[in-house]
Design a protein around this ligand. Sequence first.
Ligand SMILES: Nc1ncnc2c1ncn2[C@@H]1O[C@H](COP(=O)(O)OP(=O)(O)OP(=O)(O)O)[C@@H](O)[C@H]1O
Ligand SMILES: O=C(O)C1=C[C@@H](O)[C@@H](O)[C@H](O)C1
Ligand SMILES: [Mg+2]
Length: 169
Amino acid sequence: MNKSNIIMIGMPSSGKTTVGSLLSDKTGKSFLDTDHLLQSITGLSPRDYVISHGLEKFLEIQEKVIMDLSVENSIIATGGGVIYSKEAMEHLKKNGIVVYLKTDFEILENRVAQDRKLARKDGKSFYDTYLERIPLYENYGDILIECKEKPSSEISEEILNIIQSDNIL
Ligand SMILES: Nc1ncnc2c1ncn2[C@@H]1O[C@H](COP(=O)(O)OP(=O)(O)OP(=O)(O)O)[C@@H](O)[C@H]1O
Ligand SMILES: O=C(O)C1=C[C@@H](O)[C@@H](O)[C@H](O)C1
Ligand SMILES: [Mg+2]
C-alpha cells in the first residue's frame, strides 16, 4: 500500500460506511469496508462473529483482516473497534490519511440499534464505550470532522475540501 488511501474511523453509526461510499463516488477511488471484508472471509457478520466466537476473537480476526490489506487509491471504512489495535492503526496510518468522524453521543444513541453487539466488554454501556474510545479516535485521526447534524453529503464535501486544499493526497 502507499499513502493514497483515505481511512474512515469513528463510533458505530457515525457514518463511516455512508460517508466513505460517497467519498468513493466523488473521488473515483475504490471503496472497501473492513466489516464487509471480514464477513466475506469468515462468512459471518461482525455481530454474528462476536456472538459465535466472542469479542477477543473478533478483535483478533479484525486485526488480521486489516494487517493483510494491501490496497492503493481506496476509501477504507473500518469497523468501529479498530482503534483497539495499535498494530492495525499503525498499518492504516502508514498507508493513508485517517479521518475521524466525530459525532455527538446523543446523535449516535438515536441511530445505533439497541441490540447492537459492539466491541465492548459485557456490562459496559454504550456511553462508557464512547468515553473510552474518544481519546483513541482523536489520537489516531489525522483529520477530525465535527459531524453534528450535517447530512452525509456535506460531510463528504468537507473532507474532500480539506484534502484538496491541503494537498494531502
Ligand atoms: N450524516 C448523517 N446524517 C444522518 N444519518 C446518517 C449520517 N451518516 C450516517 N447516517 C445513518 O446512520 C446509520 C449508520 O451509518 P453507517 O452504517 O454509515 O455508520 P458506520 O459508522 O459505518 O457504522 P458501523 O460502525 O456500524 O459500521 C445509517 O442508517 C446511515 O444512513
Ligand atoms: O464499534 C464497534 O464496536 C463495532 C462496529 C462495527 O463496525 C462492527 O465492526 C462491529 O459491529 C463492532
Ligand atoms: Mg460501517
